[in-house]
Design a protein around this ligand. Sequence first.
Ligand SMILES: C[S@@+](CC[C@H](N)C(=O)[O-])C[C@H]1O[C@@H](n2cnc3c(N)ncnc32)[C@H](O)[C@@H]1O
Length: 196
Amino acid sequence: MNVFTFLAPFYNIIFSSVQKRQGKELLNKLSPLKGKKVLDLGGGTGKFAAQMFSAGADVWLLDASPQMLKRASRILPSDRLILGDAKNLPFSNNTFDIITLVDVFHHIRNQEDTLSECYRILRPGGSLCLLEFSPECLTIRVLAGVERFFGEPSLFLSPEDLTGLLKKAGFIQIEIQYILVDEYVTQAKKPMLQSP
Ligand SMILES: C[S@@+](CC[C@H](N)C(=O)[O-])C[C@H]1O[C@@H](n2cnc3c(N)ncnc32)[C@H](O)[C@@H]1O
């Protein structure tokens, strides 16, 4: 059974201040969001998706945990919430302007497939934004050990390794910014002109 099955009822209480801090940081980076079609992949209880919704984005949230989605349904329209797996996204090619993965990528076992899927469903010129944690920091290595104990893959990547995967999937203009000593945001683009 998935760790988020148990965490869902307490998630917003435990992570309230982290969600607020990260949400503020990411909204700054992604604005203006008005009119943009956005997928919050692994959006969990929907806190960040709701912030993007309030900022005028046309937001969708996909998550693998029914329990997390149930929480999200309290603050987002239920027709925007999709139960699914990041490695096989139920959207047509070239659908979204922006895809966000906040504290999600290291939970995903099929990371390469997930990036290929994100690339496929982003519009040419669209942006991918990932918030992740650096395994170079001791705190994150300890966190990885704890998460693995609970059955999570905890595949924390360094910015260099994440950049390598993004390039392999076809992304360009990859920019990394540390927002805390162990926490970084990566933004990357799908090219406007695609090679045949
Ligand atoms: C740490 S939570 C982060 C939730 C939210 N992004 C936030 O910042 O509050 C990680 C989320 O990723 C989801 N997740 C993990 N693996 C997934 C996958 N393969 N496909 C879709 N969602 C996944 C989990 O169900 C969980 O809701």
